[in-house]
Design a protein around this ligand. Structure first.
Ligand SMILES: CC(C)(COP(=O)(O)OP(=O)(O)OC[C@H]1O[C@@H](n2cnc3c(N)ncnc32)[C@H](O)[C@@H]1OP(=O)(O)O)[C@@H](O)C(=O)NCCC(=O)NCCS
Length: 164
């Protein structure tokens, strides 16, 4: 979620209007504090080697970013809208959502490369969209690096549009 840093990749702000979204697929569950260490490993594996690697830095940095998110650094943490995907009994991906300036923000989305391309990223965002709509939120926003084509394609197919 780091933003505005000198030399940082150029980011776009995207937003989707929340309408009726189906409930979460089986296998997804709400975030719990015990998820932090294994999710930090999944997060670092996901970001490593990507255009956003510097946002996380290393394994310790990933745990730190998750903790900052829980502590309200990016707005109040919305636990009910933050989901975890498990594989073989271990967390492998998550959405971490906050309330930033009164609006829901997808602060982090990641899935471990070992589970990439199986629809987990899409399912996680849809679960978040459903949970927010159930609480009468109208929109979900996020910031994405311009050259993160994979994430942008995912968001595009979920109906996100660029607003800044
Ligand atoms: C972006 C990310 C969450 C996608 O996770 P995922 O679990 O692979 O997502 P999905 O399986 O739902 O697939 C998402 C899209 O990527 C496409 N995709 C799958 N495997 C791919 C591959 N090997 N190369 C390129 N695109 C691929 C899928 O076709 C899908 O596009 P679609 O909407 O046309 O179906 C994951 O790559 C990630 O954690 N990246 C690093 C962190 C990051 O960039 N987060 C987003 C910050 S805003």
């Amino acid at each position: 979620m780091t933003s505005g840093t000198f030399g940082a990749p150029v980011r776009s702000r995207l937003q989707v209007n929340l309408g009726a979204t189906p409930p979460p697929a089986p296998g997804l569950r709400p975030f719990s504090d015990a998820d932090v260490p294994p999710l930090a490993a999944a997060m670092w594996a996901a970001y490593r080697g990507t255009a956003d690697e510097a946002d996380v830095g290393d394994l310790v940095g990933a745990a730190h970013e998750i903790q900052l998110t829980l502590n309200g650094e990016y707005g109040a943490f919305l636990r009910y809208a933050s989901f975890v995907a498990d594989h073989d009994g271990r967390p492998v991906g998550a959405t971490l959502v906050t309330l930033y300036k009164e609006e829901p923000l997808l602060a982090f989305l990641f899935t471990a490369p070992s589970c990439a391309g199986q629809g987990l990223g899409r399912a996680l965002v849809k679960a978040t969209m459903h949970a927010l709509a159930e609480q009468d939120h109208d929109t979900l926003s996020l910031a994405v690096t311009r050259r993160n084509r994979r994430a942008r394609r995912l968001y595009d197919h979920l109906g996100f549009i660029e607003i800044a």
